[in-house]
Structures are given as C-alpha cells and as structure tokens.
Design a binder for this molecule. Structure first.
Ligand code: PEP
Ligand code: MG
Length: 562
C-alpha cells in the first residue's frame, strides 16, 4: 500500500472510537440480554457514560462534587445548564437535533451525549423519566451510549480510551501505547498531504490544550457567552440584562470585565502565540435567565438582584420572543447595546496586553456574529478599533489584531463583496447558515428530519453535513464575492460541519483556508483534510502559502479574480 492509498482508505469517523470511553464489553452485553435498553436517540456525542441520573445543573454539580458519576437528563438544554453539563459524564435530552445546544456543547467538551430521544418523557416536577413502561426517579442509575444513541436503565461499567490516557490524561507514556503510536503515525502522514489549516472551537484553556494535543493550530471560534456562566459571574450578567438604565448596565459590565479578561488571558496563554478567533456575544438574552416555568430559579435571581420574583417574571416575559433565533441576537445586541461590545473588546485587548507583557505572543481575531449588512459590521468594527487604540495607549503595549465576521445568514453570503470591504476575515457559521437557508430550526427539526431522510428528500442531516447544493451555493458565493473584493481574505468554517469529513472536503474544494471543529473532532478533520487534498489534486501550480493553510488548492486560485 502506498502512503497515499493508506490515507485515502481510512475512515476518518472511525478515529472517534479511539477517543471515547467505552462500555465494558461484558457489562454491555449483559445489559442488552437483560432487556435494559429503554430508548434510542441521536448519537450526538460519542462514547459511553454511566451514572446517577439528575435533572438539573445544580444537582449535577452537587453530586459530581461528591465524586459521583452523573448523567444529566433534560428535555432540552440551554446555556443555563452549562455548569451541569461540565459536571456530568453524559448528557441525555428528549428533544433536539445533532446541532442542538446539548449536542454541540457536548462535542466541544468531549462529553458523551444522546440527544432527541423522543420516546422518553421527563417530568421535572415529579422528578421522573418514563419510557416504555419503565419509570426512573432522579438518583437512579442510567447509562447512555453516545456512539449508538442507546439509553439503558441501570449501571454499566465504563473505561477511558487508551489514546486519551496518553494525550489528555498523560497517565500513559507514548512509548507504552501501541494505539498512540499507530495514531501518531497516521496523523503525521495526513499532515504531509493536507492543505487545509485546522483550528478548534473552544472557550476554555483546557479545551484549547486538548485541541492542540490533537493537532489544532489555533481557535476558530471562542463562544464568549459560555464564559458568562462560570462561578458567580452569571449574577452580573443578569444584572446587565435586567438593568433599567445604561448606567446600571455599565456597572454590571464593569463587574464582568475582569472575569472576561482573565478568561482571555488563560486562552492566550494556552495558545502560546497561535491565533484566537473570539466571537462577540451572540445568543438571545433570555437564555441567561430562568424562564417562566422555573419559579425557583426566578426567586433566586430576585434575591440576588434585590428585586421581586414577580418583577423578574415580568422582565423575562418582556424579553420573550416567538423566534429568538431570528430575534434580538448576534451583532444586533452589540449594535443596540454598544457597551457590551466595548466591554468584550476591552477584556480581549487588556488580556492581550497583559499576556504580551509576560512574554507570550498573542494573536487576537475579533469576530462579529450574524452580520447581514455591511453597516452592521462597520458599527461594531468602529467600537473594536476605538477600544484597541485606548488599551494600547493605556498599557503602552502594541499588539496586532484583526476584526472579521461570521457569514451565517444568507444576506451575509450574498453581499459578501460589500462586507469584505470592512471584514479582515470570514468564518462560515454553517449552523445558522443552514437553519436560515433551509428555513429549518436547528432545534426543532427532529420531528421531521428523520422522515425526510427516509423519503430521500434530503440525503443526510443538513445540520451535520453541509447541504452542498443549497447552503453550499451560499458558501461558494460568499467565497467568490469576498475574494473578489479582497483576494487574500482569510476564510474558515466554524459551524459543527467543520468536523464532518464530507463537509471538510467541500470546504477544501471551495478554497477555504481552514476548518474549525470541537477539540475531539480535530483528528477526524485532520485525516479528512488529507483525504480531500489527495482526492482533489490542484489543477494548476498551487498559490502562495498563508499561515492558516499549508498550500492553496486550485479552486482558491480560481477565485482570485479581479
Ligand atoms: C454557527 O452558526 O455556525 C455558529 C458557529 O455559531 P453558533 O452555533 O454559536 O450559533
Ligand atoms: Mg451562529
């Protein structure tokens, strides 16, 4: 077998099996023979998890702190559940697709996840999970297999993967593991062929370290909102959201600033000079507040903020939107509340200056979400540049940075030539681009997508693998128009598709510079990128090499019109 043939014949997805905890084979077979399988959902985060079932983030944290293995079961998750997801070994949801919040956060953290197990019924008030005649109470044991989507009642023993023990846990030395040696050989071989750069979607230093160990060369998406849920800072976030005046909002933001700065310092240090693409606040604000059906949570917020629970409920109702995904989110937040962008830009640049002072190089890239109009980007870029200049003056430190945008609504792709006049880079947000191009909600498509696949209306789940004929056209237009304005405009992808082999090949073909995916999908993208390069050899001599891509495929050269 030639090296090329070896690389071309491997299945990138199979690498997943080397990374995930597994059920102990005997215990798994026993559970199946005993008929303990209750339901099958979507395999949204591979691996096996077994532990105590809980229904809330608080309970997950409480039990995990006592050293227990926990599986968090929710009807669906929101950023409010983040702490619980971190504390849990596995996540199970009754609703949601493969790019639902639960699924993408789980993959980013490398957590086991079964999403959209529609047969299970969770009742938070009664504290029960029911399925096919079996009723489990909070505290009962449950086991999930995120590779197959299977859900079992009762415990099934698990074991950490060998590769993880070498790369992440560092409990095994490379020389002790044959699995690692084979893996490393294949990865290094793949690197010889791939022309696409590799980045990761990460918002915590440990995630960055994991991704670098897997071969990522920077962050392609840091979702800053995930940092809002750590420790006590959620109180300040809520104060900021519920503030009645600009002055109050600024006070709350001032409390958040040092936290965010510290987060970014941690990230810059972990990156040690590699680029960090940091996205400004994106989600709709109601995601940070306990909703109408969470009276206990609302009472807690009322106490923390010194207002009545009724007032919290009224404010939550005021923020309610029928379709928050198309509502007050993305750059719309930073445009109407410029002080939020100011705080985040200041935190990024103060962190950059401080890390630079300690001798570590930094490469911040500030990314504006959900841009559909050039003017939207102009308004945000103006703030970012102003704050950068202020911080450089205050700290006496000079640092290079860029400001770019996500291309994640169709208008952004269609007017990419105009947007590229301001943007210094593009990153395709294919999660939102898919939902807006197809008019299918990324969270509510579980009810009909499987049937659509059965009827062959669509071949694959468009939220997992790029719909090349539809969304793909928008991406091609975005690339061509963007590069018509700026031939060297750096372009990547940071939607969940960045870790899907078929989508990686598509990204290679349309001439993106890099793909960015969850840390634990980096090896998969690494091999897929090599395969893409081998399957699509450049027709003409390759164009010049930039830092994010090792060489340009022919299609990239073709887009350099002008
Ligand atoms: C996207 O829309 O593809 C994206 C990366 O952003 P998010 O998933 O946070 O909306
Ligand atoms: Mg998005």
């Amino acid at each position: 077998m030639t090296p090329e043939h070896a690389i071309k014949s491997g299945d990138p997805e199979a690498l997943n099996q080397l990374l995930q905890p597994i059920f102990d084979t005997k215990a798994y077979e026993k559970a199946k023979t005993e008929g303990r399988m209750m339901a099958v959902g979507l395999p949204a985060g591979p691996g096996a998890a077994s532990g105590v079932m809980v229904f809330s983030a608080n309970k997950a944290e409480e039990l995990a702190a006592k050293g227990q293995n926990v599986v968090l079961a929710r009807i669906e998750t929101s950023p409010e559940d983040l702490r619980g997801m971190i504390a849990s070994d596995g996540i199970l949801t009754a609703r949601g697709g493969v790019s639902s919040h639960a699924a993408l956060v789980a993959r980013q953290m490398g957590k086991v996840c079964v999403a959209g197990a529609g047969d299970i019924e969770i009742d938070y008030h009664k504290g029960t999970l029911k399925c096919k005649g079996v009723t489990l109470k909070e505290g009962d044991a449950i086991s999930i297999n995120g590779t197959t989507g299977e859900v079992f009642h009762g415990k099934i023993d698990t074991a950490d993967s060998e590769l993880k023990q070498v790369l992440i846990g560092k409990t095994l030395k490379p020389a002790q593991s044959k699995v690692f040696q084979y893996y490393d050989f294949i990865m290094k071989l793949a690197d010889k062929y791939r022309t696409l750069g590799l980045r990761t979607n990460a918002d915590q230093p440990d995630q960055v370290e994991n991704a670098i160990a897997f071969g990522a060369a920077g962050i392609g998406l840091c979702r800053t909102e995930h940092m809002f849920f750590e420790g006590d800072r959620i109180i300040a976030v809520r104060q900021m959201i519920l503030a009645k005046s600009e002055e109050d909002r600024k006070k709350a933001l001032a409390t958040l600033l040092p936290y965010q700065q510290k987060d970014f310092e941690g990230i810059f240090k972990a990156l040690d000079g590699l680029p960090a693409c940091i996205r400004l606040l994106d989600p709709p604000l109601h995601e940070f507040l306990p909703q109408h059906d969470n009276k206990k949570g609302q009472a807690e917020v009322a106490k923390q903020l010194g207002i009545t629970a009724a007032e919290v409920d009224r404010l939550v109702a005021e923020l309610h939107e029928f379709n928050p995904m198309l509502g007050f989110r993305g750059c719309r937040l930073g445009i109407l509340r410029p002080e939020i962008t100011e705080m985040q830009a200041r935190a990024i640049f103060q962190a950059a200056a401080s890390v630079l002072k300690s001798g570590t190089k930094v490469k911040p890239e500030v990314m504006v979400p959900l841009v559909g109009f050039k003017k939207e980007l102009d308004l945000q870029v103006e703030i970012v540049h102003r704050v950068a200049a202020e911080v450089m003056k205050e700290t006496g430190k000079k640092f290079a940075y860029t400001v770019g945008t996500m291309i994640e609504v169709p208008r952004g792709a269609l007017t990419a030539d105009e947007i590229a006049e301001t943007a210094e880079f593009f990153s395709f947000g294919t999660n939102d681009l898919t939902q807006t191009c197809l008019g299918m909600s990324r969270d509510d498509s579980g009810s009909f997508l499987p049937a659509y696949q059965g009827l062959e209306i669509i071949k694959a789940n468009p939220f997992a693998s790029i719909d090349q004929t539809g969304v793909g056209q928008l991406m091609k237009i975005g690339v061509e128009k963007g590069r018509a304005t700026k031939p060297d405009l750096k372009m990547g992808i940071c939607g969940e598709h960045g870790g899907d082999p078929t989508s990686v090949e598509f990204c290679h073909k349309i001439g993106l510079d890099y793909v960015s995916c969850s840390p634990f999908r980096v090896p998969i993208a690494r091999l897929a990128a090599a395969q893409a390069a081998l399957r699509n050899p450049p027709a003409a001599p390759t164009a010049k090499v930039t830092k994010d891509s090792k060489a340009k495929p022919a299609t990239r050269a073709k887009t350099k019109v002008k």
